[in-house]
Design a protein around this ligand. Structure first.
Ligand SMILES: [Zn+2]
Ligand SMILES: [Zn+2]
Length: 198
């Protein structure tokens, strides 16, 4: 499993490549939290990108492996709440792309799987995907393999430490290498805007 992952926004102006190591030290989850769901709805992509129970499929991986092939200037970001979670999307066609921490001091990165053009490159990682925040699912998720947020954090921590201790996080093109600030200034979605979502 050493194929590169290729993903792009719906209009094709933003293209990103990720070199996958072998073995892949990442994990696939489906997040059912209302923030992920409303992010996709806000972008007008729920029909295409939300799963059958409203969840968003995510590939938790290392941001240092991202390579923006084209469209860096079209990267945009927002906050759904006051929590330090940043949502990245392509400003050209409103395609959700990533979830990250508010800055790169915590080099956490989730990649929106529906934007990946060759998801088969994730291979068996998809088969092992677990569901997060199933209580917020739009239907009965009781039979789905689950993970707690704490479990996910514990499994993610070694990847984060590797990124920090090796200095590789500075290669993440979504953040300034010196200050760790996002390259696109985020806007905060208002509660009124969320309440008005169709
Ligand atoms: Zn686009
Ligand atoms: Zn979520």
């Amino acid at each position: 499993m050493t194929d590169d992952l290729h993903f792009a926004c719906d209009c094709g102006a933003v293209a990103v490549r990720i070199a996958l190591p072998a073995p892949v030290d990442g994990e696939c989850v489906v997040c059912h939290c209302s923030d992920c769901r409303d992010f996709v709805r806000l972008c007008g992509k729920a029909d295409r990108m939300a799963g059958p129970l409203g969840g968003l499929a995510l590939f938790n991986f290392r941001g240092s492996r991202l390579e923006i092939v084209q469209g860096r200037e079209r990267m945009a970001s927002l906050h759904m709440t006051d929590k330090p979670v940043l949502r990245w999307f392509a400003s050209c066609c409103q395609t959700p792309l990533f979830n990250s921490f508010a800055n790169n001091r915590v080099p956490f990165l989730d990649i929106c799987i529906p934007a990946i053009r060759n998801p088969e490159a994730l291979g068996s990682l998809r088969a092992g995907e677990r569901h997060l925040f199933t209580k917020s699912a739009t239907g009965d998720a009781s039979g789905m393999p689950k993970t707690s947020l704490l479990g996910l954090i514990l499994r993610t921590t070694p990847r984060l430490l590797k990124e920090i201790l090796s200095g590789q996080r500075r290669c993440n093109p979504l953040f300034d290498a010196a200050t760790h600030a996002p390259i696109a200034v985020p806007r905060r979605v208002s509660p009124e805007e969320r309440a008005a979502l169709p």
